[in-house]
Every structure is written in C-alpha cells, then in structure tokens.
Write a protein of this length. Structure first.
Ligand code: CU
Length: 300
C-alpha cells in the first residue's frame, strides 16, 4: 500500500508538472487576450462575454489544452524511447515480437475513454449553441460580397442598415473629426454602422446571405454560423458585459473576404432604447415580420 501511495504520489507530481506546463501554454488566454478584438501576441481565445463563450473557454483551457499537452508529451517520450532503446545498433538481432494483447487493449481503450471525457462537455456546448432560448430580440444578418446588412424586424424597430468597413482614410478622418480616439477605430475592424443590442438579453440572430457563402462570427461570443444564400440559419448570444465586440466574415467568399467586419455594441437598456429611437429615424424602414423558422417554433 505504502509503495502504491508513493508511486501514486510521484505520478501525480509528474502529472501536476505537465498540467502546469500546459497551463503556461494556456496562460496568455487570460493574460493577453483582447476583449472584443484580438490583441498583439494573443495565443488563446478572446475574452468571452457570454455564458456559452465562458463555457467554451473553460472547455478549451481546462480540458482540451491539458489533454493535448499530456498526449503530445507522452507521444514524444515514446518516440525518444524507441529511438534510443530500440535502434538497430543496440539490437543486432531484431525481436520477433508481433503483438501484445494487454498493450493493444490499452491503446484502444485509453483513447476511447479520453474521447468520452471530451464528448460530454462538447455535446453540451453544441446543444446550448443550437437550441435558441426564448429571444428578447431577434435580428437578421445578411452577408453580401462584401458587406453585411442587418435588419431589426418590425417587432424590434422595423429598419435595416448596411455595415461596411472603414478605410484607413475614413478612420483617420473620424479621429481628426473628434469622433473618438485612434483605438476606437481598429484597423480592418471598425465599421460605419454598429449593431447595438441590450446587455443581459437573449439576442437571436437569423443569418443568411444574398449572393455567395459567408459566415457570421463573433469570437468574444463564441458565435459562428454559416450564411448561406436561400437558407436561414439561426444562432444566439447573451452578452453579459457592455462593450464593443468585433466579428468578421469567416467563410472565404471572394476578394474582399478579409474586409467585411461587423461590430456589435452591447449597451444598457436605457442606451439601447435611445439608440433605437434614433435608428428608427435614421435607417430605412422595413415592414416584414421576423421569419419564423421551423427550428425557432420548436424552441420557443
Ligand atoms: Cu464573406
């Protein structure tokens, strides 16, 4: 028993060291990740501001990173062992061993067990992303080559507007005009019209495309869904922190694929109401109701 405890003790020590190593790899996620946009030298995910995003971040940092680190180091160890111990020089007469029942069972069962451990939170995350809860606000995003169009259907304001990237000249002009500081207009991300939504509210996003394939993605929300012409996809998010969160088209869609960002500004209910009143006057009116998908019927 004592021997077992000792062996277990040193083993868990080794595992702890490995975990710490993987932690060192995963550390920049929290320390250097940008909120709402990438930051220089960032390695991990952007800071997450939705419950689903936080869960995805935990899944990545606490489960996937340690597992892949331990597996990679273990395989490296085996390769080094094989190269050192079983090379031709050291074994002039090759071994005739062809199989080992215990080993074969182990290298089948252990990966299966690892996959089961990963599958449980993975399926939970998938289910939470796919099943849209009762939405407080439904908006529609349509991808075009190469800009976005956002619609706030009739029950949410009844207007639509286009979102286009600001060029370097437009960004410089915005700063010169005193509309904000330089960092308020990040390169390749700043847009002319921001999508504004209230904080702590479930926002359903219906996503489609008007010409070719695009994809609606906002890294800080862990949201990514294909925008397909003739098909209505749906996703959702509930941002719990006010701020501005940038997204980009995530489907190679043509020459300006890299230049069709979108920006979602999450604000308090009062600020949202004020923006809505303004936006109703400013943007083109639409009078069609939100499209009810079979999926949204089921989940509401
Ligand atoms: Cu695109």
């Amino acid at each position: 028993m004592k021997r077992l405890v000792d062996a277990g003790g040193s083993l868990s020590g080794a595992w702890l060291r490995l975990l710490a190593l993987s932690g060192a790899v995963a550390l920049p996620t929290g320390a250097m990740a940008g909120t709402g946009q990438p930051s220089p030298w960032q390695i991990g995910l952007q800071t997450q501001v939705t419950p689903i995003g936080e869960y995805a971040q935990w899944f990545h940092d606490a489960l996937l990173m340690p597992i892949i680190t331990v597996v990679s180091l273990f395989v490296l160890l085996l390769l080094v062992l094989v190269a050192v111990k079983f090379n031709a020089k050291k074994n002039p007469v090759p071994s005739k061993t062809t199989h080992h029942a215990g080993l074969e069972v182990a290298w089948t069962l252990i990966p299966v067990l690892i996959l089961v451990v990963i599958a449980v939170p993975s399926f939970r995350l998938l289910k939470d992303q796919i099943v849209v809860p009762k939405a407080d606000l439904t908006i529609k995003a349509t991808g075009y080559a190469w800009y976005w169009k956002f619609a706030y259907p009739q029950d949410a304001g009844g207007f639509e507007f286009e979102v286009r990237m600001l060029s370097d000249e437009e960004r410089a002009k915005a700063v010169a005009d005193g509309k904000g500081k330089k960092e308020d207009f990040p390169r390749l991300l700043a847009v002319d019209n921001e999508v504004v939504v209230p904080v702590n509210k479930v926002v359903a996003v219906q996503v489609t495309a008007g010409d070719v394939l695009h994809a609606f993605a906002v890294p800080s929300f862990t949201v990514k869904v294909d925008a397909v012409p003739g098909r209505l996809n749906q996703t959702w998010f509930k941002a719990t922190k006010e701020g501005i969160y940038y997204g980009q088209c995530s489907e190679l869609c043509g020459k300006d694929h890299a230049f069709m960002p979108l920006a979602i500004r999450v604000v308090s209910q009062a600020k949202y109401d004020a923006w809505l009143a303004d936006a109703k006057k400013k943007f083109a009116r639409i009078d069609h109701a939100p499209v009810q998908t079979a999926h949204s019927e089921v989940t509401r």
